[in-house]
Design a protein around this ligand. Structure first.
Ligand SMILES: C[S@@+](CC[C@H](N)C(=O)[O-])C[C@H]1O[C@@H](n2cnc3c(N)ncnc32)[C@H](O)[C@@H]1O
Length: 258
C-alpha cells in the first residue's frame, strides 16, 4: 500500500483517462482505492471467484466513487473469461497487486500472463505487484508473524476442507511452518502433523506419520531482472517499475510486446 503512495502520480499518468482497469482477484478492493485517489479510469472490472464478497465490495466502491463505472465479474482468472460488453472498446489495463503472481510456479506465471494478454487484447497493459528476493530472515518472519495471522490462514485450509468436503482433519494436531527455499527463491508453507494420525476424506483414509508435512502454498520472489524476463516470456515488455524504500516489493507497468 505504501509503495502506491510513492508512485501514484506516475501510475495515474501512465493510465490516462480512458482506461478500463481489470483487477485479477479483487478481494476487498483496497489497493484500487489508492489508485483511484489519483487516476480517473473510465471503468473498473473487479474479477473474483468469490461472488458474494465481490458484490459487497463492488457496491461499497460504487458508493465511494460514484463517477466510476464498476462491472463485477465472477470468474476463475486461471481460465479464459469474457469481459463485460460495455468495456469492449476501452483500452484495458490489468491490475494484479499484492504479489499473488508469486503463488504460481514460474512457468504457470508465464501461462497466466499469456492468458491475460488474450483477455486484454494486443494493446493491453498490466500493473503487477511482485515480492522481491530479500534476506531469508525477513521473509520467514513475515510468514511466521508474531500475531499468528499466517498460521491461522494456513490452518484454515483444514477447516475449509472439513466444511466443504466432509473431511475429519483435526486442525489442532497440525502446526504451521513457513521456510524460505533459497535455491528456488520461494517461501514454502507447510502443515506439519504433530502426531501419527489418520484422517478420513470421503472414503479415503489418509495416514500421516509424526512430523509429516502437507505442502500448502508456494510464494515465489523475483529480482527485477528475473521478473522482467518472466514478463517478456509472458508476452509483455516492462515500461516502468517502482520499488519501496527497503527494496522489498516492486510494482511493474507492463505493455504487450508489439
Ligand atoms: C490476496 S486477495 C488479493 C486482494 C487484492 N487484489 C489486493 O491485492 O489487495 C486474493 C483474491 O483473489 C481471489 N482469487 C484467488 N484465486 C482466484 C482465481 N483463480 N480466480 C479468481 N479469483 C481468485 C480470492 O478470492 C481473493 O479475493
Amino acid at each position: 500500500m505504501s509503495l502506491f503512495d510513492r508512485c501514484e502520480q506516475s501510475v495515474a499518468e501512465a493510465l490516462g483517462n480512458d482506461a478500463c482497469l481489470v483487477e485479477y482477484g479483487s478481494g476487498s478492493s483496497q489497493k484500487i482505492r489508492k489508485v483511484l485517489q489519483r487516476a480517473r479510469p473510465q471503468a473498473y472490472v473487479p474479477v473474483d471467484i468469490s461472488a458474494e464478497h465481490l458484490e459487497v465490495q463492488s457496491a461499497a466502491l460504487s458508493r465511494d466513487f460514484p463517477w466510476l463505472k464498476v462491472y463485477p465479474t465472477c470468474a476463475d482468472f486461471t481460465q479464459p473469461f469474457k469481459l463485460p460488453e460495455p468495456v469492449s472498446e476501452l483500452p484495458k489495463v490489468g491490475f494484479f497487486p499484492g504479489s499473488s503472481i508469486g503463488n504460481f510456479e514460474p512457468n504457470g506465471a508465464v501461462g497466466f500472463l499469456r492468458n491475460v494478454l488474450q483477455t486484454l487484447g494486443p494493446e493491453g497493459q498490466m500493473l503487477v505487484g511482485v515480492d522481491r528476493k530479500k534476506d531469508a530472515a525477513v521473509l520467514e518472519a513475515a510468514y511466521n508473524d508474531s500475531q499468528g495471522v499466517t498460521a491461522r490462514f494456513n490452518l484454515n485450509l483444514l477447516h475449509h476442507i472439513n466444511a466443504q468436503l466432509g473431511a475429519s482433519f483435526e486442525p489442532d494436531s497440525f502446526v504451521h511452518e513457513a521456510l524460505y527455499n533459497e535455491a528456488l527463491g520461494c517461501i514454502q508453507m507447510f502443515l506439519r502433523s504433530r502426531v501419527a494420525q489418520t484422517v478420513m476424506l470421503g472414503n479415503h483414509e489418509i495416514s500421516f506419520a509424526e512430523g509429516e508435512t502437507i505442502h500448502t502454498e508456494s510464494s515465489y520472489k523475483y529480482d527485477p531482472a528475473e521478473f522482467i524476463e518472466l514478463a517478456r516470456r509472458g508476452g509483455f515488455d516492462t515500461e516502468d517499475w517502482w520499488t519501496d524504500e527497503n527494496s522489498w516489493f516492486a510494482l511493474y507497468l507492463l505493455r504487450a510486446v508489439p
